[in-house]
Write a protein that binds this ligand. Sequence first.
Ligand SMILES: NC(=O)c1ccc[n+]([C@@H]2O[C@H](COP(=O)([O-])OP(=O)(O)OC[C@H]3O[C@@H](n4cnc5c(N)ncnc54)[C@H](O)[C@@H]3O)[C@@H](O)[C@H]2O)c1
Length: 295
Amino acid sequence: MKNITVIGGGTMGNGIAHVFAQHGFEVTLVDVASAALDKALVTIGSNLDRQVKKGALSEADKEGTLRRIHPMTDMKSGVADADLIVEAATENVSLKLKIFTDLDLMAPAKTILATNTSSISITRIAAATRRPAQVIGMHFMNPVPVMKLVEVIRGYATSDTVCESIMSLSRQLDKTPVEVNDYPGFVANRILMPMINEAIYALYEGVSGVEEIDTVMKLGMAHPMGPLQLADFIGLDVCLSIMRVLQDGFGNPKYAPCPLLVNMVTAGKLGVKSGEGFYAYTPGSRDLVVAERFR
Ligand SMILES: NC(=O)c1ccc[n+]([C@@H]2O[C@H](COP(=O)([O-])OP(=O)(O)OC[C@H]3O[C@@H](n4cnc5c(N)ncnc54)[C@H](O)[C@@H]3O)[C@@H](O)[C@H]2O)c1
């Protein structure tokens, strides 16, 4: 594989483009919004600068990485030479189904179609194409240049050859791939989200406070960040929507989202991106301050 096309230049797409380009691949980065592409290139540039400063990358490698990234708004020309397409567009079922139907029509027959979705069934996405054996989940973690894991998700029809080539490609990116099957939440979110939901229940039921719950998990379980702070980082809307996927997919009441989580999302308290979740975020400040409501 030589030519990689990344669809979507947001949080994940820019990280995925960065990592492929840093490892020598030619990367076409496609987004519907040219402003998103501009922002992606700025972000990649400053993340590369940080790697150079830390001595992890030479100035020449940084320049080479940037040279290998080709931004584009036209999907058709962006996928014409792709060996692999990694889709990292907005998490929305109908949008992803449409993108995969289009990619299937536009990309060469040999091209593997991967998705970075956190929660949508790979089998369902694959069924929107005429090449389900060549559709696979390639679930990178945020921030992509830092996090080692790639959850490689086999859809119902994904072929062994395609799975093996994505596992080996992930290793070429200096990542550790783990193969999992396509069931709701895969492995990462099936385990992480119920833990976060349970932490919210503990707060909701008055078992303990925000800082206390996070401290128990940090100091007691050696988690680098408490579950409530992590929920704020991920976005409470994203956490809620993944809990709904687990609830719908398994039909088991143990996956019911905590009413406090539902209320916070309804009230627009989405965590870092809205300025308030379990903690309050002031631009420019790195202090972690519990939101007034939970003090
Ligand atoms: N953010 C995370 O922590 C995280 C972690 C793992 C996986 N994911 C998954 O990665 C994917 C992207 O998430 P994100 O956080 O980067 O979202 P984001 O909102 O930051 O970026 C999405 C980008 O997709 C673009 N886009 C929308 N429609 C498009 C189209 N038709 N063609 C091309 N580009 C299009 C948008 O303009 C935007 O720039 C989602 O499927 C999400 O579930 C996110």
